[in-house]
Design a protein around this ligand. Structure first.
Ligand code: ADP
Ligand code: MG
Length: 269
């Protein structure tokens, strides 16, 4: 039977927050792995010149000959930039530091904000039979992040359960509004996820309260706990779901995947 809950192509989610260290890359990798565990085929696009998502998913530097940079700025076969990972059904377009010059090179390109949008919608993409594309954004509201938001159906915002967490969120929301006006009017907010949550810490509780008061339903029920297994997994080049499947971190990302999947089902109604 035709599954009405699925958009025509893969659902594209930009994981964004201009603050560094809030859990964007960790969430991209582990949400992707949890969606794969739930039977989805997922492509991660590493859009951060730091290439942390690529490293965290085990892509060696030697294997990053063609990257997001080429995907955006050169006419390249998709099969050269889409790599497999150790997790079956989890693919990645890796990044290297080369991408840091893209932001400048994009400025003079008349399609500058639409390059990722167009790259992800080329017909060759169909052969990967993807359900989701998750874009790991850089810690900035630059042209790369705008490319992600123009390409995406929704933005998922990790919010670190720390002081000043909500500071900067209004700037992010403003950028989302600008993107809606400049080419992607249907851009949604997938949700805000509290990361590195410590339930014994008053500050975490306070950030959660503030977030729920201000953002209401946009805040996912799932909170990602601060969990040492989550922080160890990237140095073993795997998602926490593979590194320690029974950890609290893995369980939380499974819960988040369930919420993301049900968001999609709800949208179809
Ligand atoms: P960003 O991509 O937003 O810069 P990262 O995902 O790289 O943030 O996370 C920043 C740091 O916090 C990393 O060292 C990561 O391992 C750690 N971290 C992220 N989430 C958790 C968590 N739930 N528990 C423990 N450490 C975490
Ligand atoms: Mg990152």
């Amino acid at each position: 039977m035709h599954d009405l809950s699925r958009p025509a192509g893969p659902k594209i989610i930009a994981v964004a927050n201009q603050k560094g260290g809030v859990g964007k890359t960790t969430t991209t990798i582990n949400l992707a792995a949890a969606l794969v565990e739930a039977g989805q085929r997922v492509l991660v696009v590493d859009l951060d010149p730091q290439g942390n998502a690529s490293t965290g998913l085990g892509i060696e530097m030697d294997d990053r000959e063609f990257t997001t940079y080429e995907l955006l700025l050169e006419d390249i076969e998709l099969s050269s930039v889409v790599l497999t990972t150790a997790t079956d059904g989890l693919l990645i377009v890796p990044a290297t530091v080369d991408l840091s010059s893209a932001d400048l090179e994009l400025i003079s390109n008349e399609k500058r904000s639409f390059l990722l949008h167009d790259a992800l919608r080329q017909t060759q993409m169909d052969s990967y039979d993807l359900d989701y594309i998750l874009i790991d954004c850089p810690p900035s509201l630059n042209l790369l992040t705008v490319n992600a938001m123009i390409a995406a159906h929704s933005v998922l915002i990790p919010l670190q359960s720390e002081f000043f967490a909500l500071e900067g969120l209004s700037q992010l929301m403003l950028t989302i509004r600008e993107v809606r006006q400049s080419g992607n009017k249907d851009l949604r907010i997938e949700g805000v996820v509290l990361t590195m949550y410590d339930k014994r810490n008053n500050l975490s509780q306070q950030v959660e309260q503030d977030a729920r008061d201000n953002l209401g339903e946009l805040v996912f029920k799932t909170r990602i706990p601060r969990n040492v297994r989550v922080s160890e997994a990237p140095s073993f080049a795997m998602p926490v779901l593979s590194y320690d499947s029974g950890s609290k971190g893995a369980a939380a990302y499974r819960d988040l995947a369930r919420e993301v999947l049900s968001n999609n089902a709800a949208m179809a109604v």
